[in-house]
Write a protein that binds this ligand. Structure first.
Ligand SMILES: Nc1ncnc2c1ncn2[C@@H]1O[C@H](COP(=O)(O)OP(=O)(O)OP(=O)(O)O)[C@@H](O)[C@H]1O
Length: 751
């Protein structure tokens, strides 16, 4: 095995020389060949390299294969190359590798392209939502699991793929779980010669996949797409360093599992003697201990979210300033999901010469990625996990201890280029108490998006779908109910035409898709496009702590009395105008928000919806918001908190909202965040009260009984009835406004 210097040190020289403009062509060429040579040597020394032939044989002789190999053994980067070299891309077929996270798909694709000596987008590329580097010649394609699911809508047999590798399957994201169920069926359908009849019969036998399309135009076009095509068998590979091979093997009918032994470099695991009372404090102490006492090498710290990262960053900078100048050479970088992707990618760049890189990351850097230079990992042992309460329909993020699998993945980010150390900030006895794996996301998230996609794929019986782990029937029913209320499904839970089909085509949460579709009727699609694009990227407001007042004053210039959504539109328009005035029009497409807007716009235009602007008529826009987000309506309580009408949940306005102080009577929100309080974020005020009209009972869709309250949900309307004594009160949310009405209890019967 060749001995290697830490990648960071060598690369740093390179980048600094480049910055100084001192690199001659000869130097550049020499550096290029040296790097190429290093990569070749590095690849040869990976544990997986010695079993290449055996692995290829296993893949050739098994249609489903489970591969477990230690972190850094070379699964993600090498296996697709082995299979490509073994001819598994003949006939122009593609090897697809799914990752749970965008950052992994992008960074690994870049690395593999470099290893293959090709330009990204040629033989090797990636495809993630809103970003794609795929060309006709791409044969090794890294993508997110969610993206492959969307591809299945247009190509249900995934006919362009010869192999699909589901990487990091232990993460059990909801997309991975659904994908596994889908791939199981697709694989059965594709194994053996296929003609149209047998194809349909096979589908009938397998989950009823695609059956719903038998009568519709989409099915006809799908069948046309496959006419005359003989689909070859699909190879399916499930991979991870930390999955329970037995569970996966059982799910795939006793599929073969193989183990790739060994790792390239050892990682020392260190624990604390006692539990830490304040893990952020312990993180800082450990970080500076490493910095001052350990040898060179970059440090990766796992924290739970953006706020925590920003506050630790501030404290690190403060402490650094107190150190002697020689010890101040630390470059602090962060990576979390709402950070713009260019910023995320900065962590993969080498630190300036002589500097130590400290990366503060959420769990998006936990699996798959190799961050060059990392020698030390600090793992406080916590993660922010999604939870879903089917009862209230509210999703939130809470901080919980990691699982053993997550701890293993975190330590595996070290020891990839040189031996490493992982500092777990809890005692070893605590590690033993951790659960082996994380609870699958499908058991703890809102399923409406996934159900909509499954319905669009023709899976009628959601409860009966062959999930690896079934979601709770309460969560399925709640999501079905939401989709019916949004008009995506009929009362019989069939995909509605055209709304359901249109919503399924948009790569967005159903409620956003519905808002866009409605906006074309409210003549404000331009404004809704801006809003949805702005909400689907990181916050446009940057509030560095040291300039908080300045940032607040600047934000006030845009704030609208009508709400956060109109405020976002004002910011976007001002930015657009600024670019126009400064003759930067051409660079406009480059901003991420614009990119999202134009990408969603593309989908919208394909549907034939009219993109019209309501100009400054925000009333029309707010009406449209009310029509789409009616389930997220909340009413002010005497104590200044709000009660969500559809769930009864008590919430508060998030401090980032323009309504934090003014507090209108009735609001529509689009995000529920649980931190120290139950907050709602991104709000608009509802209109003034309107006269209440009586409604016929037949339109009642749902009924909840809660304490003294009766809640009725109509399609697009919410009514809350509180019964006190002999009177009940109804609150009606309608695009025109909201109203309260009191009646005597007896009249309720006739309602
Ligand atoms: N961007 C990179 N820069 C430097 N080395 C890299 C890079 N990507 C991968 N490597 C090298 O290739 C090795 C194998 O990486 P790979 O991602 O294939 O491993 P893996 O088995 O899939 O790990 P994991 O289970 O953690 O995803 C790494 O340990 C590292 O030595």
């Amino acid at each position: 095995m060749p001995s290697m210097a830490p990648g960071g040190a060598k690369n740093s020289n390179q980048s600094n020389n480049q910055l100084n403009g001192k690199v001659s062509n000869d130097d550049r060429r020499a550096e290029f060949f040296a790097r190429k040579h290093r990569i070749v040597q590095q690849r040869k020394s990976l544990p997986i390299a010695s079993v290449e032939k055996r692995l290829v044989e296993e893949v050739k002789s098994n249609n489903i294969l489970i591969i477990v190999g230690e972190t850094g053994s070379g699964k993600t980067t090498q296996l697709p190359q082995f299979l490509f070299n073994a001819g598994l891309c003949h006939d122009g077929k593609v090897i697809g590798i799914t990752q749970p996270r965008r950052v992994a798909a992008v960074s690994v694709a870049k690395r593999v392209a470099e290893e293959c000596g090709v330009q990204l987008g040629q033989r090797v590329g990636y495809s993630i939502r809103f970003d794609d580097t795929i060309s006709r010649s791409t044969r090794i394609k890294y993508m997110t699991d969610g993206l492959l699911l969307r591809e299945a809508l247009l190509d249900p047999y995934l006919s362009r793929y010869s192999v699909i590798i589901v990487d990091e399957a232990h993460e059990r994201t909801v997309h991975t779980d659904v994908l596994l169920g889908l791939l199981k069926t697709v694989q059965k359908v594709r194994s053996g010669p296929i003609n149209e009849c047998s194809k349909i019969d096979r589908m009938k036998a397998n989950n009823g996949l695609l059956m719903e399309k038998e009568n519709d135009a989409q099915r006809a076009s799908i069948l046309k797409q496959y006419r005359g095509i003989k689909l070859s068998p699909l190879k399916l590979i499930i991979m991870s360093a930390s999955l329970d091979a037995r569970v996966f093997s059982e799910y795939f009918g006793g599929a073969r599992a193989v183990h790739v032994q060994g790792r390239q470099f050892p990682v020392d695991i260190l624990y604390t003697h006692h539990p830490e009372t304040d893990y952020l404090d312990a993180t800082l102490i450990t970080l500076f201990q490493i910095h001052l006492e350990e040898g060179p090498g970059d440090i990766l710290v796992f924290l739970t979210g953006q706020e925590e990262i920003e506050s630790v960053e501030r404290l690190v900078q403060e402490k650094l300033r107190q150190l002697p100048e020689d010890n101040q050479k630390v470059k602090v970088l962060s990576i979390f999901s709402s950070l713009p992707s260019e910023k995320q990618m900065q962590v993969f760049m080498p630190a300036p010469t002589g500097f130590r890189k400290v990366i503060l990351a959420t769990n998006i850097a936990e699996t798959s990625v190799t961050i060059p230079g990392i020698k030390y990992v600090i793992d406080p042992g916590f993660v922010k996990a999604r939870t879903y309460c089917a009862h209230t329909g509210m999703e939130s993020l809470i901080i919980v201890p990691t699982s053993k699998a997550q701890a293993l993945q975190r330590s595996g980010r070290a020891g990839r280029e040189v031996p490493g150390k992982c500092f777990r900030l809890y005692p070893e006895s605590e590690f033993e108490k951790l659960s082996d794996s994380t609870i699958p996301e499908i058991r703890r998230c809102n399923l409406s998006n996934v159900i909509l996609q499954l319905k669009a794929l023709g899976v009628d019986d959601i409860i009966g779908f062959d999930f690896m782990e079934k979601p709770s029937s309460e969560a399925v029913l709640k999501s079905l109910e939401l989709l019916v209320l949004l008009g995506a499904l009929t009362e019989e839970y069939k995909l509605s035409d055209p709304v359901g089909h249109q919503m399924a085509r948009l790569p967005l949460e159903p409620i956003y898709s519905k808002a866009l579709i409605l906006a074309s009727q409210f003549n404000c699609l331009e404004e809704m496009l801006i809003t949805v694009a702005m909400l689907s990227v990181e916050s446009v407001f940057y509030n560095p702590r040291e300039k908080l007042e300045e940032a607040r004053t600047a934000a006030k210039c845009f704030s609208s009395l009508e709400g956060d959504h109109p405020t976002l539109i004002a910011v976007y328009r001002a930015f657009d105008e600024f670019l126009e005035k400064s003759n930067l029009g051409n660079s406009r497409e480059k901003t991420e928000k614009n990119l999202r807007k134009w990408q969603i716009r593309g989908n919208i235009e394909q549907m034939g919806l009219h993109i019209v602007s309501c100009g400054d008529d925000m009333l029309q826009f707010r009406r449209c918001l009310a029509a789409a987000f009616f389930l997220n309506a909340a009413l002010k309580q005497p104590d200044g908190t709000y009660r969500v009408l559809s769930s009864g949940q008590v919430v508060q306005i998030h401090p980032s909202s323009v309504f934090f102080r003014t507090k209108p009577d009735c609001i529509i929100f689009d995000e529920f965040v649980r931190t120290t309080h139950n907050y709602v974020r991104n709000l608009s005020s509802l209109l003034s009260t309107i006269p209440c009209k009586s409604r016929s009972r037949s339109r009642i869709h749902g009924l909840n009984l809660k304490d003294d309250r009766l809640l009725f949900v109509w399609r697009g309307l919410v009514e809350l009835h509180s019964c006190t004594g002999l009177r009940w009160t109804a609150i009606l949310i309608h695009p025109l406004g909201y109203c309260c009405k009191e009646r005597a209890c007896e009249s309720f019967i006739d309602f």
